[in-house]
Design a binder for this molecule. Structure first.
Ligand SMILES: [Zn+2]
Ligand SMILES: [Zn+2]
Length: 199
């Protein structure tokens, strides 16, 4: 089991007492994103089979996204009980953005602009947005404790222009750093890396 240590803003393994590696936490987030992708594509498949209509499809998409964003935000904040109105506000803003895309998605479907294959693919692409809610929640919580961070580009990965503009190679107050996925064209579908240091 994972126990959250609010001071270091890290998780410990309850059995060994050791800190859990940041990489293990991002794997947890990746798994949530993958699960959401499967579910979202499933909704598009039901729509393609005529088992649900477009409004029902949009409602199911919105519900799956909401759950995935909230679960990832909880991991970033240090547990569901650590979620404050600020955290919920950020999740809400992120979801609102996704719901806007979802509205357009529904219109494109109604206009017959997409094949089933395209629709399934497009539905799956919403999942990655849930990663942003993890980062935003983590930033919100760490900002309260007091942290410096660096935001680094992975030299092996492709980055959108915004990611390049958001990179911070020197220790910077966390409040001055943009979490990955926020205000960028790639929506966090990149490998921007974060490192943290306490004030
Ligand atoms: Zn980007
Ligand atoms: Zn990036």
């Amino acid at each position: 089991m994972l126990i959250f240590d609010p001071n270091s803003h890290r998780y410990r393994d309850s059995e060994t007492g050791r800190f859990v590696k940041a990489g293990d936490i991002s794997q947890l987030i990746d798994r949530e994103v993958n699960r959401a992708e499967v579910r979202l594509k499933g909704h598009a498949r039901l729509l393609a089979q005529g088992k649900i209509n477009i409004p029902e499809f949009q409602a199911r998409m919105a519900q799956t996204l909401k759950e995935a964003h909230l679960r990832n935000a909880a991991v970033g904040a240090g547990g569901v009980k650590s979620l404050t109105p600020t955290h919920y506000g950020k999740v809400g803003a992120e979801l609102k953005k996704q719901y806007k895309y979802l509205y357009q998605f529904g219109k494109d479907l109604a206009d017959g602009k997409l094949t089933s294959k395209q629709a399934i693919r497009r539905a799956g692409m919403y999942a990655a947005s849930a990663r942003t809610s993890f980062h935003e929640a983590e930033f919100t919580s760490r900002g309260k404790v007091g942290f410096y961070a660096k935001r680094l580009l992975d030299p092996q990965a492709k980055h959108c222009d915004a990611c390049i503009a958001h990179q911070r190679p020197n220790w910077t107050l966390i409040q001055l750093i943009t979490p990955p996925g926020v205000d960028c064209q790639c929506g966090g579908r990149c490998r921007c890396r974060l490192v943290f240091r306490k004030l």
